[in-house]
Each structure stands twice: as structure tokens, then as C-alpha cells.
Ligand binder design. Structure first.
Ligand SMILES: Cc1cc2nc3c(=O)[nH]c(=O)nc-3n(C[C@H](O)[C@H](O)[C@H](O)COP(=O)(O)O)c2cc1C
Length: 223
């Protein structure tokens, strides 16, 4: 698919079936040059990413988008010189928020306003947050879990838009956080390169089989 055709596709509603997208999505190692995403395309990508589920609907994710070539050149060594940082059209730092509870009142009030529960339940739930997330370890888990689910949505949406993604764990979290001025409440969970895939990836690596990783009734249980 050439770049102009892609541009047209990007403006359309995503209609590709979910199974097709899941089967087609690959971690892209080879991007080709093409246009940057328009503001509308970024908005669509993130509007759909925002529909990712999260505990209490706390949405413990933020994203820092870097399109600027010079800035990406500076990020490159912090991303172990992985060339997708430069070959894609943007690299997005996917941040996990260790303290999304700062919005607890507002978010729980939305449930009350939406008719999910009353104010009494809201107060009970508010009190439960410190039980569910009692310490730094649990808050980090929540941040990583939420941001990772959002990253997965983002990869699927991008694929549906005719784009490719390269999720990267190979980066210096401290260095990237400093470079992007990420506040200490947040952690850089992964870097996500987005661009125009060359469609020249090697065949997908095999996955473990259903019988190997699905356990019934208890770990080790057979079907
Ligand atoms: C969280 C995460 C981090 C990854 N980090 C890297 C990375 O740093 N460099 C890289 O080349 N691939 C990275 N990958 C890509 C994986 O190697 C790839 O997803 C896996 O081999 C399966 O291939 P597929 O996504 O094409 O099905 C990462 C994938 C995920 C989900």
C-alpha cells in the first residue's frame, strides 16, 4: 500500500474485523517513509485508545508523542539505538500513572451521575482505593497493567488505520523519563513507534499452544 492510499484510509471509520486486525498486527521492524499523522488521526487514535478498560475507570495512562526528528535522534541512544525510533513517523512514550487516584472524586462522581451507584457507595468505594492499592508495589502494578492494556488498544487501532507499531521495552527508563520531563508519579512503561510498515516482516514467530498455557479449574488442570 503506498502512502497516499494510506492517507485516505486513515480518514475512514475503522471497519476491519477484530479477528483480521489481531491476526495481521505485527511488531514492525521495518518502516518506510510516509506522511506524519494529521491532528485528526492522532485524535482518533487516542479517542479509541481511551476506551481501554481500567480498574475503577481510573485510566492510569498518559502518552508523550515525539514526532520531531531532532528529538527522536536524541531519544535514539536512550532506546538502545533501535532504528524503528527514526524510521517510524513518531515515537510515543506510554506512561503508567502510579497515582491516578488524584482524580478519584471526579471519576467516582461520574458513576453516581451516570446512575451506577449512589453517594453512599461512592464513599465506600473511595475508602476501598487504599485497600486495593495499599502500597507502591500495587500502584506500580496498576500503572503497568493499565498502560499496557492501553498500549495494546493503541496497536490494534493503529493497525486498523493502516499504520504499523513497534512496542519497545529496550530503552533506558530513567533517561527517557528525564529527557521527556516525566513527573515522578508516572513511569515509562514502554515506547511505541508508529509509522508506515514496509510489509516485509519475517513470518510471525510461533506461539505456545492452547493446550500448553490454558489450565482448567487450577494450575496444571487438563481440559
Ligand atoms: C512490551 C513489549 C516490548 C517489546 N520490546 C521490543 C524491543 O525493545 N525491541 C524489539 O525489536 N521488539 C520488541 N517487542 C516486539 C516483540 O519481540 C514481538 O511483539 C514478538 O516477538 C511477537 O511478534 P509479533 O508482535 O510480530 O507477533 C516488544 C513487544 C512488547 C509487547
Amino acid at each position: 500500500m503506498n502512502a497516499p492510499t494510506q492517507g485516505k484510509l486513515l480518514e475512514q471509520t475503522l471497519t476491519t474485523g477484530i479477528e483480521e486486525v489481531i491476526r495481521r498486527r505485527r511488531a514492525i521492524h521495518s518502516f518506510v517513509p510516509g506522511p506524519n499523522l494529521s491532528k485528526e488521526q492522532w485524535q482518533k487514535l487516542f479517542d479509541l485508545t481511551a476506551l481501554t478498560p481500567s480498574s475503577y475507570n481510573f485510566q492510569p495512562w498518559d502518552f508523550v508523542v515525539v514526532e520531531d526528528v531532532k528529538k527522536r535522534e536524541e531519544l535514539l541512544p536512550l532506546c538502545w539505538n533501535q532504528k524503528q525510533v527514526m524510521d517510524s513517523v513518531a515515537v510515543v512514550a506510554v506512561l503508567g500513572d502510579k497515582n491516578p487516584h488524584r482524580r478519584d472524586d471526579q471519576i467516582l462522581q461520574q458513576f453516581v451521575d451516570g446512575g451506577y451507584f449512589n453517594d453512599e457507595v461512592k464513599q465506600t468505594l473511595k475508602g476501598s482505593i487504599d485497600v486495593v492499592y495499599p502500597n507502591e508495589e500495587r500502584r506500580v502494578e496498576h500503572a503497568v497493567c493499565g498502560a499496557s492494556l492501553a498500549a495494546m488498544t493503541m496497536m490494534l487501532v493503529a493497525d486498523g488505520m493502516g499504520l504499523g507499531t513497534a512496542p519497545l521495552i529496550g530503552f533506558d527508563p530513567k533517561g527517557v523519563a528525564e529527557y521527556l520531563k516525566v513527573p515522578s508519579d508516572y513511569m515509562v512503561v514502554m515506547m511505541m513507534c508508529i509509522g508506515h510498515p514496509s510489509h516485509k516482516e519475517l513470518p510471525r514467530q510461533p506461539r505456545r499452544g492452547y493446550g500448553d498455557f490454558v489450565h482448567w479449574d487450577a494450575f496444571g488442570g487438563k481440559a
